[in-house]
Design a protein around this ligand. Structure first.
Ligand code: FAD
Length: 316
């Protein structure tokens, strides 16, 4: 049995080990699952092992399997902030896609939602419950788990909120399968980041204010229109590629626009004509094409503004 840096890769496992895992898990267990199907970029090679546990008990079994077999694992939500390598992901990819992780309920001003819920359904649910706060998040693809991990939301304009602002507590599982609840005062949310990276987010409790259903739904439509006007939503992408440099007068989109880089192509990847901070998969782009464009933008911005751009998207 061979391994990389002491870690066991799935190709090294025998069929019996995989069969044992399949017996333990009622949810999906797939070998060599194409990750291009699970990322909004539509890019990515296969995952050695794709696991969709049915519930937290099965999630724990999957984590213990990974631990016992020294198999690396990652969590993928809606894949809307990811650039997955053309060679895929070695090890196990966990996805909270079963209905158990998509449960939502409301009581008074409190909303409890599973990490596998889509942001679209969460925003709709809150508005229909007459609870305000989430409207500006409408149109953000992906799941609640990914949104919380990233503290997804809007940018400079204060009418756009970040999801962390409404969190009251988060239920998480650590890598040994232990579940605990983290209260808001122990969670740090920053610009497209949180301190929730060492665990798997299972469920989130939000505290929201009362609002008028009709006003909230109409507010969502306005936010969606603004998003459609600014962003390239009809072509595969992972949203904004770079973080805006803090305290600088220009956003990444503005710098890229001023440098005349919109429309620049590497293979099938292209800097969006609509939003300079979006790279779109125009035609069969590979992860290497996207990385080529990223390096090109970084070098131009460094050369002209002396700024080292930081990635917002996660490269796996
Ligand atoms: C067209 C488009 C528009 C976008 N607009 C916005 C926007 O306006 N604002 C914004 O902030 N973002 C935006 N994004 C980026 C993206 O949608 C968000 O970052 C989203 O919240 C990511 O959620 P996801 O479920 O897809 O996470 P993924 O991309 O699957 O994962 C992102 C990170 O979260 C981790 N993760 C996922 N689920 C869990 C979990 N349950 N527990 C622990 N970690 C987890 C992953 O390991 C990974 O590190 C946009 C993307 C696209 C394609």
């Amino acid at each position: 049995m061979s391994s990389q840096r002491g870690l066991t890769l799935i190709k090294d496992m025998d069929d019996k080990m995989i069969d044992d895992l399949k017996k333990k898990i009622k949810g999906k267990v797939l070998l060599q699952e194409n990750l291009g199907r699970h990322t909004t970029f539509r890019i990515g090679g296969p995952a050695d092992l794709w696991v969709e546990p049915h519930d937290p008990k099965e999630l724990k079994k999957a984590l213990l399997f990974a631990k016992e077999n020294k198999t690396p694992f990652v969590v993928v939500g809606g894949g809307s902030n990811l650039l997955v390598s053309d060679s895929g992901i070695k090890g196990m990819v966990i996805h909270l896609g079963s209905p158990h992780f998509k449960d939502m309920s409301a009581k008074g001003g409190t909303v409890t939602a599973g990490a596998g819920s889509s942001i679209a359904s969460l925003v709709r649910f809150c508005c229909n419950e007459g609870l305000t706060g989430m409207e500006s998040l409408v149109g953000i693809p992906g799941t609640l788990g990914g949104a919380l991990y990233m503290n997804a939301g809007g940018s400079s304009n204060p009418i756009f909120k970040n999801i962390g602002e409404f969190v009251s507590s988060v239920k998480v599982m650590d890598h040994s399968g232990n579940i605990r609840t983290i209260k808001r005062d122990r969670i740090e949310f920053g610009y497209r980041k949180s301190n929730l990276s060492s665990c798997i987010i299972l469920q989130v409790v939000f505290k929201l204010e009362k609002g008028d259903k009709e006003v909230l739904n109409s507010s969502c439509s306005k936010f969606l229109t603004m998003k459609r006007q600014k962003q390239a939503l009809d072509v595969p992408s992972a949203g904004c590629v770079f973080k805006n440099p803090e305290g600088f007068q220009f956003t990444c989109g503005q710098m890229i626009d001023m440098l005349g880089l919109k429309g620049k192509k590497v293979g099938g990847a292209e800097i969006s004509e609509k939003h300079g901070n979006f790279i779109v998969n125009r035609k069969g782009a590979t992860a290497e094409d996207v990385k080529g464009l990223i390096d090109f933008v970084k070098s131009k911005v460094k050369e002209n503004y002396n700024i080292d751009l930081e990635l917002e998207i996660k490269v796996m």
